[in-house]
Design a binder for this molecule. Structure first.
Ligand code: CP3
Length: 354
C-alpha cells in the first residue's frame, strides 16, 4: 500500500507500545445515530443495498471520521455477510433484526455449506476495503472484522435474532458432531474472510463473539473458544495476515479473559461489567485491552460522560496497551454531539496522564 499511516496510535497500543494519548474508536461508529448515515441508507434503500455497494459502504465508513478525531476506521459491513454468501438469504426487515430465508436445521443443511469464495461471492466486501484504504489516505488504520463461528452459528440455526438462541444451543447438546461440523466450516470461512480483508488492505482485525457469554464455561471452551483459537492459528499460517493484530471480543465472557488471552490474539475487547483493573489482572500482560464504557452513558449529560470516560481511563491506569471503546455498540438514539465529548475527553485526559 502506497500510503503512510499518519496516525498509528491504535497499532502501537495493540502492540502495547507507549502512545502520546489513548487511541479511541466506537463500536458501530458508522450507524443510525448519525443523520448523514440515515441519509445514505435512505438513498441505498435497505441495509443490504448499502452494505453491498462499495462506494456507499466507503462513504458511511468515513462519515464518523469527518466528525470526530477517531483513531481508527472500521469497515462498514455486517457479520452476517458470510452466511449470506453461503446461500442463507439474509434480509433486514425495517425496524427488525436480521432474518435468513434458509436457516440451518438439518444435517443436510450443514453438509451443503462450503467456504464462500472471497473474491467472487464476497467481492463487494473486498472492494469496499480497497476503496476505503484509498480514501482514508493514511488518516487512521482500517479495521476489518468478522463474526465468530459461534455467533454466526447462533443466527444461522435460529434463522434470526433471539434472546437465548435456544435452537443453536439445542444443536450443541443434541447433535454435537453436527454443531462441530458447522463451526469448523465457519472457522475456515472466517480465516479466509479475514485473510482476504488483509490482502485487500485491512490493517487490524476484530472478531465479534457477541453471544459467547451465553454459554456455560465448559460449552464456551468447546463451542466458542476452540474455534477462535483455530482462527488465530489459521491467520498465523497466512504470510500476509500473521503480523496483523487481532482483537477478540466475547461479550459477557469476562470469566474467560485469562483463557482467551492465551490463544495468541493481540487484544481482547471487554464489556462494561468488569473493572479494567481486574481485566488487566486477569490477562496478566499477555494482551492489550479494548473498552469498556457502558454505551448507556452516552445518554447522560456531557459532564457525566467526561467523568465516566475518566473513570474508565483511570481503571486501566497509566500502562501501555489500552484502546478506549464502548463495552458494546453505540445505540441509535445517542446525540452525535455526545460522541464528540467522549472522543475529545479520551484524548485530553489520557494526554495529561502521560
Ligand atoms: O462498527 C461499525 O460501525 C461497523 C459496522 C458493523 C455493523 N454490524 C453495521 C450494522 C459491525 C461491526 C456490525 C457487527 C454485527 N452485526 C454484530 C456484532 C457486534 C454487536 O453489536 O454485537 C452483530 C451481532 C450483527 C448482526 C446485526 N446486524 C444485527 C443484530 C442487526 C440489527 C440490529 C440493529 O442494530 O439494527 C444488524 C444491522 C446493522 N449492522 C446495522 C448496522 C449499522 C443497522 C441496520 C440499519 O441501518 O438499519
Amino acid at each position: 500500500m502506497p500510503d503512510t499511516l499518519k496516525n498509528d496510535r491504535l497499532l502501537r497500543a495493540l502492540r502495547r507500545e507507549p502512545v502520546d494519548t489513548t487511541p479511541v474508536w466506537v463500536m458501530r461508529q458508522a450507524g443510525r445515530y448519525l443523520p448523514e448515515y440515515r441519509a445514505t441508507r435512505a438513498k441505498a434503500g435497505s441495509f443490504m443495498a448499502l452494505a453491498t455497494n462499495p462506494e456507499l459502504a466507503c462513504e458511511v465508513t468515513l462519515q464518523p471520521l469527518e466528525r470526530y478525531a477517531l483513531d481508527a476506521a472500521i469497515l462498514f459491513s455486517d457479520i452476517l455477510t458470510i452466511p449470506d454468501a453461503m446461500g442463507l438469504g439474509l434480509s433486514f426487515a425495517q425496524g427488525e433484526g436480521p432474518q435468513f430465508a434458509h436457516p440451518v436445521r438439518t444435517r443436510a443443511d450443514v453438509e451443503r455449506l462450503g467456504v464462500p469464495d472471497m473474491e467472487s461471492e464476497l467481492r463487494y466486501v473486498m472492494d469496499a476495503v480497497r476503496l476505503i484504504r484509498g480514501e482514508l489516505a493514511g488518516r487512521a488504520p482500517l479495521i476489518g472484522f468478522s463474526g465468530s463461528p459461534w455467533t454466526l452459528a447462533c443466527y444461522m440455526v435460529e434463522g434470526k435474532g433471539s434472546r437465548d438462541f435456544a435452537s443453536a444451543k439445542a444443536m450443541c447438546w443434541n447433535e454435537p458432531a453436527l454443531a462441530h461440523k458447522l463451526l469448523d466450516t465457519l472457522a475456515r470461512s472466517v480465516i479466509a474472510y479475514l485473510g482476504a480483508q488483509v490482502a485487500a488492505g485491512a490493517q487490524a482485525l476484530m472478531i465479534f463473539d457477541t453471544w459467547g457469554g451465553m454459554l456455560g464455561p465448559v460449552a464456551f471452551r468447546e463451542f466458542s473458544l476452540r474455534y477462535l483459537a483455530q482462527i488465530v492459528d489459521g491467520l498465523k499460517a497466512d504470510v500476509q495476515a500473521r503480523n496483523v493484530p487481532l482483537i477478540l471480543f466475547s461479550k459477557g465472557a469476562n470469566a474467560h479473559l485469562a483463557e482467551m488471552a492465551q490463544i495468541g490474539c493481540a487484544a481482547l475487547g471487554v464489556d462494561w461489567t468488569i473493572d479494567l483493573a481486574d481485566a488487566r489482572q486477569a490477562v496478566n500482560g499477555k494482551v492489550a485491552l479494548q473498552g469498556n464504557l457502558d454505551p448507556a452513558v452516552l445518554r447522560a449529560s456531557p459532564e457525566v460522560i467526561r467523568r465516566e470516560v475518566r473513570r474508565v481511563l483511570d481503571s486501566y491506569g497509566n500502562h501501555p496497551g489500552h484502546i478506549f471503546n464502548l463495552g458494546h455498540g453505540i445505540t441509535p438514539e445517542v446525540d452525535p454531539e455526545h460522541v464528540k465529548v467522549l472522543v475529545d475527553e479520551v484524548h485530553a485526559y489520557s494526554h495529561r496522564q502521560g
